[in-house]
Design a binder for this molecule. Structure first.
Ligand SMILES: Nc1ncnc2c1ncn2[C@@H]1O[C@H](COP(=O)(O)OP(=O)(O)O)[C@@H](O)[C@H]1O
Ligand SMILES: [Mg+2]
Length: 267
């Protein structure tokens, strides 16, 4: 157990039992996410990225190895984890405010109703949704719904935020807006993030570290330290440094997909 890590995936091996026999998905996977850092996980389609998020969320137990949150082995879902997915699962019969308030109704806390509303409203205002709190989900654009979904994931101040391709369904410009909003949220709130994405630019723009998972059964094939400062603008993605990091990641993905070999390049 290392104190400084908020999330630790230690030697995790997992297979699904299917009609055709066991399907090995993860094999000796190791990932460490330091407190308050942001780790992005990329990898070939079907390599086990969503499986990883379910293990961290405590929705499943690995066959072998362990997942630790703040040093504690996870055996069931924890309220210290907030989650958001590609399709924000907002309840249509509730207003945006009431959707964001939902975790505070479920997770035990000693906040008054006013404190809960103030907390939800401050997050909504941080992501630019002030004035939309009384709307229904269907009255909002996809990008706005995803902003609301981020507010809901963070409203109960979870230590850990798990994002599974949260911006994958959005158009390119809306996605870039959401990247900026993620940076704003991180400036204002303390949480540790593990984000699954298939967008390499997104991983470099948002993360402190990018983990490339291998093909199935997946382990951690490569880890990139993103050497950009905390203040990032979209222009930073076009600098020589970023272009090199993106090329390296793309190369590693090709290896993971079995389309390239390790020996080709080591830059
Ligand atoms: N509940 C399940 N039962 C059987 N196979 C599953 C189940 N969930 C996922 N799989 C399979 O496990 C592999 C990894 O799935 P997943 O973690 O969703 O991959 P990713 O998110 O990286 O695309 C895929 O081949 C998928 O079809
Ligand atoms: Mg997935």
């Amino acid at each position: 157990m290392k104190e400084e890590n908020q999330i630790e995936i230690n030697n995790v091996t997992h297979a699904y039992q299917t009609d055709d026999g066991p399907l090995p998905v993860l094999k000796n996977l190791n990932i460490s996410v330091p407190i308050n850092s942001f780790v992005a996980v990329v990898g070939p389609s079907g390599c086990g990225k969503s499986t990883l998020t379910r293990l961290i969320a405590g929705l499943m137990m690995p066959d072998e190895g362990e997942v630790r949150l703040h040093g504690e082995v996870i055996t069931s879902p924890k309220s210290s984890v907030g989650m958001a997915f590609q399709n924000p699962v907002l309840l249509e019969w509730r207003s945006i405010l009431k959707n964001v308030l939902l975790p505070l109704e479920i997770v035990s806390n000693n906040l008054s109703q006013k404190q809960k509303v103030d907390r939800a409203m401050s997050l909504l205002s941080l992501v630019g949704l002030e004035g939309f709190e009384d709307k229904r989900p269907s009255e909002l654009s996809g990008g706005m719904r995803q902003r609301a979904s981020l507010c809901r994931a963070l409203v109960h101040r979870p230590e850990v935020l798990i994002l599974d391709e949260p911006f994958g369904a959005l158009d390119a410009f809306t996605r870039e807006d959401l990247w900026q909003i993620m940076h704003e949220l991180r400036k204002e709130e303390a949480f540790t993030t593990l984000m699954i994405t298939h967008d390499l630019r997104e991983s470099v723009f948002l993360a402190d570290q990018v983990v490339v998972m291998s093909g199935r059964p997946a382990n951690s094939q490569f880890v990139l330290d993103v050497t950009l400062g905390n203040e990032r603008t979209l222009e930073d993605l076009y600098t020589e440094k970023s272009v090199k990091m993106l090329a390296k990641l793309r190369h590693e993905i090709q290896i993971a997909q079995g389309r390239s070999t390790k020996t080709e390049e080591n830059a």
